[in-house]
Every structure is written in structure tokens, then in C-alpha cells.
Design a protein around this ligand. Structure first.
Ligand code: ATP
Ligand code: MG
Length: 589
């Protein structure tokens, strides 16, 4: 990808905007220490640390209790405001309830709900009580729910009456460890209690938490893009990295209106949908409704969103909806826009520049890393197609694993596995019930990400592909992202997924699956045109040899293209773990 360097993009900084939180990258790196980042936190007596305390109570204790922690937008037009003081009290009640129920240190509390305020209260209250918070995506069907509840050994679940009746009630017999179920909007159901009635009965104050930095805090299941989802365990110390990246990367400051569109069922929706913004005193905007381009533009304008964190799949959907939908809106409050989860196609960065007058800033991280590791910063040039540069405090490199279990560092423009020097505060501490797999992630002091990338001489990292998705054709190693991005530059293409299929001569040949924009229809002519278009951009060795039109690409519920499923379907192989496939179990959702 380093070859596709386009013009650097800057946002023209309006004079009223505050200076970026990170101005000089080189000196921020040189002068960085994790101890200093840690010292920015309030902390607890005797060296204790608690994520929820840093996120909420700290703000209240420092005089920001009346500031808004949350603006909640309901599906049906409702709008609620919740202050930091109210959130502190509600989460105290939840923590008190857990204690009264005999739950505490290390016990798992799961949530299965849409984007509702009770989710925040449960997350923060669980953390205060020393329990481990584990979100489950609300559109999961009964089977993925059962597997995750069983794997996490959840003792308590917060959900809604509808989700309980449809998906959980029948599983209770298989889940002996699940003692209690609380319903955010009911309570008459067999085996479940009312969340609100129980919280009402609890005191809204409690002593400071007693958690230690290395106590377990969060359990996140990965997206399942490459296989069966893994449970990654994080500790309270992670909040050092949440707060730091919220400030340095997302450029957050107290009072900012901040919208993270990720669902809290995934790591982004918790680390950056809840913790990082609250730990920086920002106001969360949380929208209960599903994606809708017009609704999103209206929210950005009406709520005067300053900082917006979204995903490439959403960017592609906005592009598909057309620039007209955005035209009548005033995005004057928007100061910073960022994206995560998948490679951000250069086309998306450039489109944003035209529609919003500023680029999306790509950021890279994983469930395992717990926080943003590589980013494009507000004060720096954006190189479209690049993930940016490592966070101050993070050493990133491209390495090649050796057969003896070690890892060798590679130089600029050499393709290899993206690795990070261990350790940092938000690095995961375990894969649940899979110590061997956890150990395989480390070599010679590096954490190995499983993603392939390169870096250029200026230290910008360029994503190539997941090691599982990379295509080997006629002696070349090709990342699907590069091919997909080239196809996306064609005006008819809305989305593209690219895989390798076995070929006796070339090893693998490249095949593309393309979904068209609404006003374009598949035809043999267009198929040839797209292959030709890719050839002129990429050269014959890298361009797809075959191309099929599809209505939609298979995606994970967090919006990532599932290339392994495209491959399995193409080759008639078993589909593998489909628990996180978007649209699966929709009848039950
Ligand atoms: P699983 O590990 O179960 O296969 P997953 O890796 O998709 O699922 P997550 O932890 O949610 O689960 O996603 C992290 C991965 O997402 C990264 O390893 C990377 O492949 C991809 N990713 C995230 N951000 C970016 C980015 N900015 N550019 C390219 N890829 C990204
Ligand atoms: Mg992964």
C-alpha cells in the first residue's frame, strides 16, 4: 500500500478550535513515560485503581458532577440526559445490589441489551464492585449467547424482557452458574427480576472501590472474523491507556460531545464508547437506533458532535447513501473524525474530506490490545490508506517469526507481522480457558498481532491483511485490502471482498466479490470493465482474475467483511464458526 500514497490531508483548523492535544509527535514520544500517564489518574488509596472510579466518580469529585455524561437518543425519538453525578449514583446502586447478591471480585456480569443507559450503569456498577463486566451483542441468537454465558461462567445477566423470553429463558437449564437475571423493562417473567425495582431499593452511595490495578475488569469476545471468537481478559490498569488514547488520539477534553457508533457488545463500544470518553470528562452521545444515513447526519448536526469515532463499514454505507444526504447539514461542531475495525479505504478518507471538510483518521488496535495502538493524529498529516503511527509509549515493528519461536525485526517496506513490544497497561492478560493460545501470541518480548503490515521510512504503518486472508499468487503475497480499495475507486462499486482460490499454476488466483451501488446493475460488460479497471490500477499480477456480483458481502456483526466465509462458500468447504455472522439468527433477533 505504501505505493498508493496520495496527497497528505489536513483539516483546515478553524480559529475557534482548541489546539490539538498532541502537537509534536516526536517530542511526545521522546518525553513519554507510562508512569506519567498513570499519574494523570486519580487512583485510590494504597495504590488501588478502578476503571469506573476514574470514569465517573473522579469527575464528580473534581466538580463536574452536573456535567452531562450521557445524551441518550431512543429509537422512537426519546431523548434523555444523564449527568455524571446521576451516573455515579446509579452505578453505586448497581454495585450495592451485586454485593447484596453475594457477587464481587472476579465474578462475571454479562449484559445482553441494545444501546440503553442501563448498559452503562451495569458496566460501571460491576467494575465498582470488583466484578468482571462482559458485554454480549444483543442481536446474537440463542446459541452464541449460550456459548458465551457458559464460557464466561456468568453469575448475573442484565437483559430486556423480550431478549430474555426469546433467547435466554430456555437456556437456563444449561447454565447452572447463572444465578440471577435482571430485566431493564420487566420483572414478571419466571426466574427474572426487575432491574429498576431492585436498584430503587439500594443506597445510591458507597465507599470507594477496593480493586487493585491487576484485578480483572473486562472480558471481551473477539469479533470472530478469522475463527471461533476468543475471550480476552483485561484488568483495571487498562484505564491508563483508555484515558491517554482518548486524549492524545481522539483529542477529547472535558465537555466535548462525543459519539462512538460502535455497539457496546464489542470492545470498541466499551473502551471508546464508555471508558475513554468518560475518563476524559466528555459527554457521550448514544443512539439506540440502527444505522440510517439521514438520522446519523441529523444527530451529528443537532447534538453538535465534536468528536466522532466510527468504522469503515459505516463510512462505506454513508458513501453508498450518496453525498446529497449530507449536503443540507451543518457539521461545524465536528473537530475530529476517526475510524477503526477494518482497513479504511483511501476512497473513504478522500470522500470525508469532500463531505465534511476533514479526513477520517484511521486507528488500529484489537480486542487483545485493549486500546488504540497505531493512529493518525489530529495535528499530523493523514496519509490515506495508512493506519498512522504508534501511540507514544508504544513500540511497533514488523517482524518475521522464526521456526525456533523467536521473531526477527524487518526494515521499512518489508512485509511481515505487525508486532508491539510487550507490555502496556491495556494489553490483555489472558485468553479465557486458553493459556496455550495466549502464549503463542508472544515471541522475544513482542506481542504478535496476527495482522500483516509494512511500515515506511517515516514510521507510518500500512495494513496488508490478516495472516489468514493473505493471498499467495505467482510468488507474490497480496493483501485483499489493496485490491478491494482499488475496486472501490470505481463509481459503481459499493463494497468489495477479495479472496484467493487455489490454482494449479499460480498457487492461488484472486477472486473478487462486488456489491454495486443502488443505481448500478450487474452485467457482463461491467464485470469486464471492473477487472480492466483493477488491472490498470494494480497491474495484472495483483488484479482479480475472476469477479462475481453479490447483493451483500458476509460480515461480522461488528461490520467486518468475513473473507473466510466467502472462501468457504466458493470452495464448498465447511463454513466454520458463524456465531458472529451478521444476519444469522435474525429471525430470533
Ligand atoms: P477474531 O480475532 O475473532 O478473528 P477480529 O480480529 O476481527 O476477530 P477484533 O479484535 O474486533 O476481532 O478486531 C481486531 C482486528 O481488526 C485487527 O487484528 C485487524 O485485523 C482489524 N483492524 C482493526 N482496525 C484496523 C485498521 N485500522 N486497519 C486494518 N485492520 C484493522
Ligand atoms: Mg483478532
Amino acid at each position: 500500500m505504501a505505493g498508493t500514497m496520495l496527497q497528505p490531508l489536513y483539516k483546515s483548523l478553524a480559529s475557534l478550535e482548541p489546539e490539538p492535544q498532541l502537537i509534536d509527535y516526536a517530542s511526545a514520544r521522546a518525553g513519554f513515560s507510562w508512569a506519567a500517564a498513570r499519574a494523570e489518574l486519580a487512583g485510590l488509596p494504597d495504590g488501588g485503581l478502578n476503571i469506573a472510579w476514574e470514569a465517573v466518580d473522579r469527575q464528580v469529585n473534581e466538580g463536574r458532577g452536573d456535567a452531562l455524561a450521557l445524551i441518550w437518543l431512543g429509537k422512537t425519538g426519546e431523548r434523555r440526559e444523564i449527568s455524571y453525578a446521576e451516573l455515579a449514583r446509579a452505578s453505586n446502586r448497581f454495585a450495592n445490589l451485586l454485593e447484596r447478591s453475594g457477587l464481587g471480585k472476579g465474578d462475571r456480569v454479562c449484559v445482553l441489551a441494545g444501546r440503553v443507559p442501563e448498559l452503562l450503569v451495569t458496566a460501571l456498577g460491576s467494575l465498582k464492585a470488583g466484578a468482571v463486566f462482559c458485554p454480549l451483542f444483543s442481536a446474537f441468537g440463542p446459541d452464541p449467547i449460550r456459548v458465551r454465558l457458559a464460557k464466561s461462567q456468568a453469575r448475573l445477566l442484565v437483559t430486556t424482557a423480550l431478549l430474555y423470553q426469546r433467547k435466554v429463558q430456555a437456556l437456563r437449564g444449561d447454565l447452572p452458574e447463572l444465578e440471577r437475571v435482571l430485566l431493564t423493562d420487566g420483572g414478571g417473567e419466571t426466574g427474572a427480576d426487575s432491574f429498576h425495582a431492585l436498584l430503587e431499593a439500594e443506597a445510591d452511595h458507597r465507599p470507594a472501590p477496593r480493586t487493585r490495578p491487576e484485578d480483572s475488569a473486562l472480558l471481551h469476545f473477539t469479533s470472530g472474523t478469522t475463527g471461533t471468537p476468543k475471550g480476552a481478559l483485561h484488568v483495571h490498569e487498562a484505564v491508563v491507556a483508555h484515558r491517554l488514547t482518548g486524549r492524545l488520539v481522539l483529542d477529547l477534553r472535558p465537555g466535548d460531545r462525543y459519539w462512538c457508533t460502535a455497539d457496546p457488545g464489542w470492545v470498541t463500544g466499551v473502551s471508546y464508547g464508555i471508558i475513554a470518553p468518560l475518563a476524559n470528562g466528555a459527554t457521550l452521545v448514544m443512539d439506540e437506533a440502527e444505522f440510517d444515513a439521514r438520522r446519523w447526519y441529523a444527530i451529528l448536526e443537532r447534538e453538535r458532535v465534536n468528536v466522532w469515532y466510527t468504522a469503515p463499514t459505516a463510512v462505506r454505507m454513508l458513501m453508498k447513501a450518496g453525498a446529497d444526504a449530507a449536503r443540507s447539514h451543518d457539521f461545524g461542531a465536528l473537530r475530529f473524525m476517526a475510524s477503526v475495525g477494518e482497513p479504511l479505504n483511501p476512497e473513504g478518507v478522500l470522500w470525508a474530506q469532500a463531505v465534511f471538510g476533514q479526513p477520517f483518521h484511521d486507528t488500529w488496535w484489537q480486542t487483545e490490545t485493549g486500546a488504540i495502538m497505531i493512529a493518525n493524529y489530529r495535528s499530523q498529516e493523514v496519509r490515506p490508506g495508512s493506519m498512522g503511527r504508534p501511540l507514544p509509549g508504544i513500540e511497533a515493528a514488523i517482524v518475521r517469526r522464526r521456526p525456533d519461536g523467536g521473531a526477527d525485526r524487518l526494515g521499512p517496506d518489508q512485509e511481515g507481522e505487525l508486532a508491539l513490544r510487550a507490555a502496556w497497561p491495556s494489553l490483555f492478560r489472558a485468553y479465557l480457558h486458553d493459556e496455550a493460545r495466549y502464549r503463542q501470541c508472544f515471541a522475544d518480548g513482542w506481542y504478535l498481532s496476527g495482522d500483516l503490515a509494512t511500515h515506511d521510512a517515516d514510521g507510518y504503518f500500512w495494513f496488508v491483511g490478516r495472516s489468514d486472508d493473505v493471498i499467495k499468487t505467482s510468488g507474490h503475497l497480496i493483501g485483499p485490502f489493496e485490491v478491494e480499495s482499488a475496486l472501490l475507486e470505481h463509481p459503481a462499486v459499493a463494497e468489495a471482498g477479495v479472496i484467493g482460490i487455489p490454482d494449479p499454476v499460480a498457487g492461488e488466483i484472486i477472486k473478487a466479490f462486488v456489491a454495486l451501488k443502488p443505481d448500478h446493475a450487474p452485467s457482463e460488460r461491467l464485470r469486464k470493465e471492473l477487472i480492466g479497471f483493477a488491472r490498470t490500477r494494480l497491474g495484472p499480477a495483483v488484479a482479480p482474475r475472476e469477479l462475481d456480483f453479490v447483493d451483500d458481502l458476509p460480515k461480522t456483526r461488528s461490520g467486518k467483511i468475513m473473507r473466510r466465509l466467502l472462501r468457504a462458500r466458493e470452495l464448498g468447504l465447511p463454513a466454520g464458526d458463524l456465531s458472529t455472522l451478521e444476519g444469522a439468527d435474525e429471525a430470533n433477533a
